[in-house]
Design a protein around this ligand. Sequence first.
Ligand code: SF4
Length: 93
Amino acid sequence: MQTSRRAWLKAATGAAVAVPLVFVAKQSLAAKNDALRNSLKYQDTPSGSKRCDNCLQWVPGKTPKDRGGCKILPGDTEISPSGYCVAWVEMKK
Ligand code: SF4
């Protein structure tokens, strides 16, 4: 009886520590480079057929629909595949 209570407390403490750590880790992975976004007039919507996912600078996320990065926006992991900025360059196929 005593042992199972101790085991339960140990497991509950581990979970209480692990959940915030996962949250913090996820937050630190998602980052925006606001200064460069503003200077490049980044927007989360396309400009006609010009989209981040058909731009030469695009760095894809895990899946084609996931947010990714951009070679000229260092540290930014929240670029929308359907986003756009004034530095758009056509990706040659
Ligand atoms: S340069 Fe601009 S349009 Fe091209 S991927 Fe980066 S943010 Fe998107």
